[in-house]
Design a protein around this ligand. Structure first.
Ligand SMILES: Cc1cc2nc3c(=O)[nH]c(=O)nc-3n(C[C@H](O)[C@H](O)[C@H](O)COP(=O)(O)OP(=O)(O)OC[C@H]3O[C@@H](n4cnc5c(N)ncnc54)[C@H](O)[C@@H]3O)c2cc1C
Length: 413
């Protein structure tokens, strides 16, 4: 059986580790953090991501994880709701707001039940080990001054958008021009959102933000800003954020925001990176997830794409798990060939959506025209159906991704 080392236990790394260990491969998962709940992580899981989890046999596990199913997509323009699109629940697959940390813990705990899986929390991968021909034969990781080498048949780099392994492998990334950054805030949720879970997008001239009641019962608010320098960002901290939000909200919500002014947490700054590596692999090493293709945050594609990458990796590596000799470069290249078209298509859709938002939030004619259209047509079913139809690729994925493993996943429920 092949031995695979995976760097990074985010959604890409944890899911890949679980699937490969399930196939009987020797899996070593290294994660630089010691806890999963230290930093705020993405919380949105679109239907394609939920489908990926279900295919992995994690339906029952998912039911135990703190989450809220989205009820609707609301669009507020000029301080009033102009359109509500009810979240469809096709085949039991609706958008979810999840505790990502809890999901990662659950996946790693499942993998830990297998004797061929090892987890190294708190270990940072610092170097790649190379063979005579420059091929990757393992990695070096360190924890608290202690260093260890891991010799393996292949390394899978799942170390996120600033991937150290990508740099060590000498792989380039084609970065898309920076579109925007996001400032995340938390606030107690209003009582009206205790039972209901809408994703609310608010638009006013040069003011764009979104909020939703999160899995922890609090309101998660994301404010969109143009890419800024660190100094410019530091100044934003002093802004009267509650007033900024309140001015784009209907009176009842604005009153709630003002009433809880002192309880506002944040901002946490999300430096949005978008791009895709022209080449995801070198002999002995493969990049997946954000390491290969950092995603923009709109319509929560990061977790989705990472989980779908994991399925394709598992399909390809399961086929060579027991073969003699090293994992062939062609196998790694086939994974990229299967995943890249969807990644590119999704990134294109995200960019198109962002351009639309940037246009209609321009003061003057663009904003006023959009407001008039939203006011006139937003309440009609056909307008809601058009919006939903446009979202199909971002909701359901662009290409079919099906898990074809040789060993059953029955033990995972
Ligand atoms: C604030 C924020 C909000 C977001 N909101 C959303 C959202 O709502 N929905 C969504 O889908 N996406 C969202 N995203 C993006 C989403 O979290 C990522 O796209 C997704 O997690 C990518 O998964 P990944 O496994 O490829 O990488 P990551 O989740 O980034 O995981 C990488 C892991 O590698 C570890 N690591 C890094 N370097 C090393 C090293 N040298 N050695 C060992 N371990 C290492 C990191 O600690 C991390 O655990 C958000 C991201 C951020 C930062």
């Amino acid at each position: 059986m092949k031995h695979i080392a995976i760097a990074g236990a985010g959604p890409a790394g944890a899911a890949t580790a679980l699937l490969l260990a399930q196939q009987g491969m020797q899996v070593t998962l290294l994660e630089q953090e010691t806890a999963f709940d230290r930093v705020f992580r993405g919380e949105g899981l679109m239907p394609a991501g939920l489908d990926a989890l279900y295919q992995m046999g994690l339906k029952e596990t998912f039911a135990q994880i703190p989450s809220r199913q989205l009820d609707a997509w609301d669009f507020y323009v000029g301080g009033r709701r102009r359109m509500r699109v009810v979240e469809p629940d096709r085949r039991g697959l609706a958008t979810q707001i999840i505790d990502q940390g809890a999901l990662l813990i659950a996946m790693v705990e499942q993998a830990k039940t297998l004797s061929n899986f090892e987890f190294y929390p708190g270990w940072r991968v610092s170097e790649l080990l190379r063979g005579d021909r420059g091929e990757v034969i393992g990695l070096r990781a360190a924890r608290q001054g202690q260093s260890q080498d891991f010799l393996v048949d292949a390394v899978i780099a799942c170390d996120g958008r600033y991937s150290r392994l990508r740099q060590l492998a000498g792989l380039q990334i084609d970065k898309s021009s920076a579109q925007f950054d996001v400032l995340w805030f938390k606030l107690p949720a209003p009582p009206s959102l205790a039972e209901e879970t809408p994703f609310v997008a608010c638009l006013q001239p040069q003011r764009q933000f979104a909020f939703y009641p999160s899995w922890d019962g609090r309101l998660q608010i994301g404010w969109i800003v143009e890419k800024k320098s660190k100094q410019a960002l530091a100044k934003l901290k002093n802004r009267d954020w509650i007033e900024e939000f309140a001015q784009a909200l209907p009176p009842d919500l604005a009153a709630h925001f003002r009433q809880h002014k002192d309880e506002l947490e944040g901002p946490i700054y999300l430096d949005v990176q978008v791009g895709c590596c022209p080449q995801w692999s070198i002999p002995g090493l493969l990049l997946i997830g954000d390491a290969a293709h950092p995603m923009a945050p709109n319509r929560a594609q990061g977790i989705n794409m990472a989980l779908r990458d994991a399925i394709v990796v598992a399909n390809h590596l399961a086929g060579v798990a027991e073969s003699d000799g090293p994992i062939r470069t062609e196998t790694l290249q086939a994974i990229q060939a299967e995943r890249q078209p969807e990644i590119e298509a999704v990134q294109k859709m995200q960019l198109a959506e962002w351009r639309k938002v940037a246009l209609i939030s321009q003061p003057g004619l663009p904003y006023l025209t959009f407001k008039a259209i939203a006011t006139a047509f937003g309440r009609f079913r056909f307008a809601q159906a058009i919006w939903l139809h446009e979202q199909k690729g971002l909701r359901e994925g662009v290409l079919p991704v099906k898990l074809h493993l040789t060993k059953a996943l029955s033990s995972l429920g």
